[in-house]
Design a protein around this ligand. Structure first.
Ligand code: RB5
Length: 149
Protein backbone atom coordinates (compact mmCIF):
# COMPACT_ATOMS: atom_id res chain seq x y z
CA UNK A 1 0.00 0.00 0.00
CA UNK A 2 1.09 3.56 -0.74
CA UNK A 3 -0.27 6.55 1.17
CA UNK A 4 -0.06 10.19 0.11
CA UNK A 5 0.36 12.81 2.84
CA UNK A 6 0.16 16.57 2.64
CA UNK A 7 -0.20 19.46 5.05
CA UNK A 8 -0.02 23.19 5.59
CA UNK A 9 1.88 24.99 8.34
CA UNK A 10 -0.99 24.39 10.77
CA UNK A 11 -0.84 20.63 10.32
CA UNK A 12 2.85 19.96 9.88
CA UNK A 13 3.32 19.17 13.58
CA UNK A 14 1.37 15.93 13.07
CA UNK A 15 3.30 14.69 10.03
CA UNK A 16 6.45 13.05 11.51
CA UNK A 17 4.58 10.75 13.90
CA UNK A 18 2.18 9.69 11.16
CA UNK A 19 4.93 8.96 8.65
CA UNK A 20 6.88 7.02 11.25
CA UNK A 21 3.83 4.94 12.14
CA UNK A 22 3.03 4.19 8.50
CA UNK A 23 6.60 3.22 7.66
CA UNK A 24 6.82 0.99 10.73
CA UNK A 25 3.85 -0.91 9.25
CA UNK A 26 5.71 -1.34 5.94
CA UNK A 27 3.51 1.22 4.17
CA UNK A 28 5.13 3.36 1.48
CA UNK A 29 4.56 7.10 1.99
CA UNK A 30 4.69 9.88 -0.59
CA UNK A 31 5.09 13.24 1.16
CA UNK A 32 3.70 16.10 -0.92
CA UNK A 33 4.76 18.82 1.56
CA UNK A 34 4.77 21.36 2.99
CA UNK A 35 8.15 20.78 4.57
CA UNK A 36 8.52 23.62 7.07
CA UNK A 37 6.36 26.00 9.11
CA UNK A 38 6.33 28.86 6.59
CA UNK A 39 2.79 30.03 5.88
CA UNK A 40 1.28 28.26 2.84
CA UNK A 41 -2.19 27.75 1.37
CA UNK A 42 -3.81 24.43 2.34
CA UNK A 43 -5.74 23.97 -0.96
CA UNK A 44 -2.42 23.52 -2.80
CA UNK A 45 -1.54 20.50 -0.66
CA UNK A 46 -5.06 19.12 -0.63
CA UNK A 47 -4.97 19.09 -4.42
CA UNK A 48 -1.65 17.23 -4.60
CA UNK A 49 -2.86 14.48 -2.25
CA UNK A 50 -6.34 14.26 -3.77
CA UNK A 51 -4.95 13.94 -7.29
CA UNK A 52 -2.53 11.22 -6.18
CA UNK A 53 -5.45 9.25 -4.74
CA UNK A 54 -7.98 9.92 -7.49
CA UNK A 55 -5.52 8.87 -10.21
CA UNK A 56 -4.56 5.70 -8.33
CA UNK A 57 -0.93 6.78 -7.86
CA UNK A 58 -1.56 6.34 -4.13
CA UNK A 59 -4.12 4.07 -2.47
CA UNK A 60 -5.22 6.46 0.26
CA UNK A 61 -4.34 9.91 1.56
CA UNK A 62 -3.88 11.94 4.72
CA UNK A 63 -4.24 15.73 4.81
CA UNK A 64 -3.39 17.99 7.74
CA UNK A 65 -4.08 21.64 8.49
CA UNK A 66 -4.85 23.62 11.63
CA UNK A 67 -8.29 22.09 12.07
CA UNK A 68 -8.48 19.53 9.25
CA UNK A 69 -11.51 21.40 7.97
CA UNK A 70 -10.18 23.57 5.17
CA UNK A 71 -7.90 20.92 3.71
CA UNK A 72 -10.70 18.31 3.73
CA UNK A 73 -13.11 20.70 2.01
CA UNK A 74 -10.51 21.30 -0.71
CA UNK A 75 -9.71 17.59 -1.13
CA UNK A 76 -13.40 16.82 -1.61
CA UNK A 77 -13.47 19.05 -4.70
CA UNK A 78 -11.59 16.35 -6.61
CA UNK A 79 -13.84 13.72 -8.18
CA UNK A 80 -13.70 10.39 -6.43
CA UNK A 81 -12.44 11.74 -3.13
CA UNK A 82 -14.26 11.04 0.12
CA UNK A 83 -12.42 13.02 2.79
CA UNK A 84 -13.46 13.88 6.32
CA UNK A 85 -12.04 15.15 9.57
CA UNK A 86 -11.31 12.70 12.38
CA UNK A 87 -10.41 13.70 15.91
CA UNK A 88 -11.12 10.70 18.12
CA UNK A 89 -11.26 6.91 18.03
CA UNK A 90 -14.94 6.78 17.09
CA UNK A 91 -14.70 9.13 14.12
CA UNK A 92 -11.53 7.34 12.92
CA UNK A 93 -13.43 4.04 12.96
CA UNK A 94 -16.65 5.34 11.41
CA UNK A 95 -14.95 7.19 8.57
CA UNK A 96 -13.87 3.81 7.23
CA UNK A 97 -16.71 1.56 8.43
CA UNK A 98 -19.55 3.79 7.20
CA UNK A 99 -18.03 6.32 4.78
CA UNK A 100 -15.25 4.32 3.10
CA UNK A 101 -13.16 7.49 3.14
CA UNK A 102 -10.10 7.40 0.93
CA UNK A 103 -8.61 10.48 2.62
CA UNK A 104 -8.68 11.48 6.28
CA UNK A 105 -7.99 14.95 7.61
CA UNK A 106 -6.74 15.99 11.03
CA UNK A 107 -5.95 19.27 12.75
CA UNK A 108 -2.56 20.12 14.20
CA UNK A 109 -4.22 22.69 16.44
CA UNK A 110 -6.79 20.15 17.64
CA UNK A 111 -5.04 16.85 18.42
CA UNK A 112 -1.57 15.69 19.45
CA UNK A 113 0.90 13.91 17.15
CA UNK A 114 0.49 10.74 19.23
CA UNK A 115 -3.29 10.81 18.82
CA UNK A 116 -2.98 11.49 15.09
CA UNK A 117 -0.80 8.40 14.59
CA UNK A 118 -3.26 6.29 16.59
CA UNK A 119 -6.23 7.54 14.56
CA UNK A 120 -4.47 6.72 11.30
CA UNK A 121 -3.94 3.17 12.57
CA UNK A 122 -7.63 2.82 13.49
CA UNK A 123 -8.72 4.13 10.07
CA UNK A 124 -6.43 1.68 8.25
CA UNK A 125 -7.41 -1.29 10.42
CA UNK A 126 -11.17 -0.75 10.12
CA UNK A 127 -12.83 -2.33 7.07
CA UNK A 128 -15.70 -0.69 5.20
CA UNK A 129 -18.91 -2.38 6.33
CA UNK A 130 -20.61 -2.23 2.94
CA UNK A 131 -24.30 -3.21 2.93
CA UNK A 132 -26.54 -0.19 3.45
CA UNK A 133 -23.46 2.01 3.55
CA UNK A 134 -22.47 0.88 0.04
CA UNK A 135 -25.72 2.33 -1.25
CA UNK A 136 -25.12 5.63 0.54
CA UNK A 137 -21.58 5.95 -0.76
CA UNK A 138 -22.92 5.21 -4.25
CA UNK A 139 -25.34 8.10 -3.82
CA UNK A 140 -22.37 10.39 -3.08
CA UNK A 141 -20.84 9.26 -6.38
CA UNK A 142 -24.14 9.99 -8.10
CA UNK A 143 -24.00 13.58 -6.83
CA UNK A 144 -20.51 13.86 -8.31
CA UNK A 145 -21.73 12.50 -11.63
CA UNK A 146 -24.48 15.13 -11.65
CA UNK A 147 -22.31 18.14 -10.82
CA UNK A 148 -18.68 17.40 -11.76
CA UNK A 149 -17.61 18.01 -15.35
C1 RB5 B 1 -4.09 28.32 8.64
O1 RB5 B 1 -3.89 29.38 9.50
C2 RB5 B 1 -5.43 27.65 8.92
O2 RB5 B 1 -6.47 28.46 8.49
C3 RB5 B 1 -5.49 26.29 8.25
O3 RB5 B 1 -4.44 25.50 8.72
C4 RB5 B 1 -6.74 25.47 8.49
O4 RB5 B 1 -7.05 25.39 9.84
C5 RB5 B 1 -7.90 25.79 7.65
O5 RB5 B 1 -8.96 25.14 7.72
Amino acid sequence: MKIAIGCDHGGIVLKPSIIQTLQSRGIEVEDFGCYDESSVDYPDYALKVAEAVSTGKCDKGIVLCGTGIGISIAANKVKGIRAGVVHDEFTAEMISAHNNANIIAMGGRIITPERAAKLVTIWLDTPFQGGRHENRVAKISAIEDKYFK
